[in-house]
Design a protein around this ligand. Structure first.
Ligand SMILES: [Zn+2]
Length: 484
């Protein structure tokens, strides 16, 4: 009876297509307050398709079409004088022009910057990517990219963006020197140098190597841990691996060992999706695992002079990273250029200490530099993916494809017409494993499905999944010659 076959097939098809559509979603990591970068918030960032008029093609084609590709949303503390607020705003404009002159930006970068009183009097300021977005690199590994860089790749469909690319705060309690002020006093901090330094962090000079769950005292460093967060640390948690930033992927030891390999080894800890009774149970299991030794070794590298190097493409330039602070100092170690090596060079900008009483003009003169963005810093930015006039085609990652392997176990019960099928979908991304059990009707044709199916689909194109499902279904029905 065609109608019965049709119904049977429809049930099977619908259940199958549902399984295809069930897919992991991309998780991004947001930082709202750059003073609290230890705990970026995991957020779902589903694929969205850019309207064609939102893609800034013409700027890249005509370099120099804009002198400032930075869009600054600036908030100034009301107790700060209008004159100071205006100078600070001008400094941001100048910083935007500097980056625009050295990078070939094709899409504007939005910064949310504030000059406000910070509780910690010793902190000058801080900045971070507002959103870290996972993308797949050429070596097939998934890494976190800063949103400002992802925008330059101009994906027509991409994980959803946050409203701004970089968040930055600066301490209005500090005694800042602004370009054009009378002579700088010994206790003043050059504001322009400070904000250019911080914007570099926001553009992607950020590491995911951090103490595990903010442990104190620090006894290990791991790449960012994906553990389902819960405000109540006594609740069960699920582990989804460790992930590094694109910056981290170019770090090697002084012996040439890649830190990416350490991240890979950490990911051998336990399968993604493993549940733990609570956060303490996770920590206990990790500390007792062989992978813990890796995390201790990384901590040791981070506080041993000349042991961490950023290997910049394409010239294999070595950029020695800050590993000379012992004990490890969060926010200073790893994510800066070595103070000892670069403090008095053209790459003075990204050391972790800014000299008070030194204007940018003086810093450039003293270090025989023509630009605040030094040559090694420019290599670093090119290496993580920013185009420049000298390197117009940097490596471009791709969107994450979720490889869904469905192992279907089918056990027909004699001549019964129903069976229970268990389908386990495991995504290679660090996100979700789902198990789905359902009862379906026994098909009358044994060749409808093989016992094991491997379906590859791109999670970032959910609508394509649906179209493929429908097409297969259509062919499926058509092959049976049914008319309905
Ligand atoms: Zn810094």
């Amino acid at each position: 009876m065609p109608s019965i076959i049709y119904i049977i097939s429809l049930i099977i098809f619908l259940s199958w297509s549902r399984n295809i559509i069930v897919s992991a979603e991309t998780w991004c990591y947001d930082t709202v307050n750059p003073m609290d970068q230890d705990n970026p918030t995991p957020v779902r960032c589903p694929a969205v398709t850019e309207k064609s008029d939102n893609i800034y093609h013409d700027v890249g084609i005509n370099p120099g079409a804009s002198t400032n590709m930075f869009d600054i949303s600036f908030t100034c503390d009301p107790t700060t004088s209008q004159t100071t607020c205006d100078k600070a705003k001008e400094s941001f404009e100048k910083a935007g022009e500097i980056f625009t002159s050295v990078l070939s930006l094709n899409t504007p970068i939005r910064i949310n910057a504030s000059l406000i009183p910070l509780s910690d009097d010793t902190t000058l300021g801080s900045a971070a990517p507002a959103r870290l977005i996972p993308l797949k690199c050429k070596d097939k590994k998934i890494r976190n990219f800063p949103q400002s860089l992802v925008k330059q790749f101009q994906f027509s469909t991409h994980p959803e963006y946050a409203a701004v690319d970089i968040v930055a705060v600066f301490n209005s309690k500090c005694n800042f020197y602004f370009e054009g002020d009378p002579t700088i006093t010994p206790d003043q901090i050059g504001f322009l140098e400070l904000i250019v330094h911080e914007i570099v962090h926001g553009l992607g000079l950020v590491t995911n190597w951090k103490p595990l769950l903010n442990s104190k005292p620090v006894s290990e460093l791991t790449s960012a841990l994906n553990l389902t967060s819960n405000s109540d640390s006594t609740q069960p948690v699920v582990y989804y691996g460790f992930i590094e930033t694109i910056f981290d992927s170019f770090i090697v030891t002084n012996a040439g060992d890649k830190f990416s390999n350490f991240t890979e080894q950490l990911n051998d800890f336990t399968p993604y999706g493993t549940k733990f009774q609570d956060q303490s149970a996770f920590i206990s299991a990790f500390i007792n695992s062989p992978e813990y030794n890796i995390s201790q070794m990384v901590l040791s590298y981070s506080q041993t002079a000349y042991s961490m190097v950023f290997l910049a493409d394409p010239h294999s330039e070595l950029v020695w990273l800050e590993s000379n602070i012992n004990p490890y100092s969060k926010g200073s170690s790893i994510s800066h250029f070595s103070m000892e090596i670069y403090d008095n060079t053209t790459d003075f900008l990204m050391t972790y200490i800014q000299h008070p009483g030194r204007s940018l003009e003086t810093a450039l003169q003293q270090n025989n530099a023509t630009c605040i963005i030094g040559p090694k810093l420019l290599y670093l930015l090119e290496t993580i993916g920013y185009a420049t006039p000298n390197n117009p085609n940097p490596q471009k990652p791709s969107l994450i494809e979720f490889h869904s392997t469905k192992s279907k176990t089918t056990s027909w019960k004699n001549s019964n017409t129903t069976t229970t099928t268990t389908t386990t979908t495991t995504d290679t991304n660090d996100t979700i494993t789902t198990t789905d059990s359902q009862t379906t009707t026994k098909p009358t044709t044994s060749s409808l499905f093989s016992s094991t199916e491997s379906i590859i689909f791109n999670n970032n194109y959910g609508w394509i999944n649906l179209v493929i499902s429908l097409s297969v279904g259509g062919l499926f029905f058509a092959s049976g010659g049914w008319i309905f």
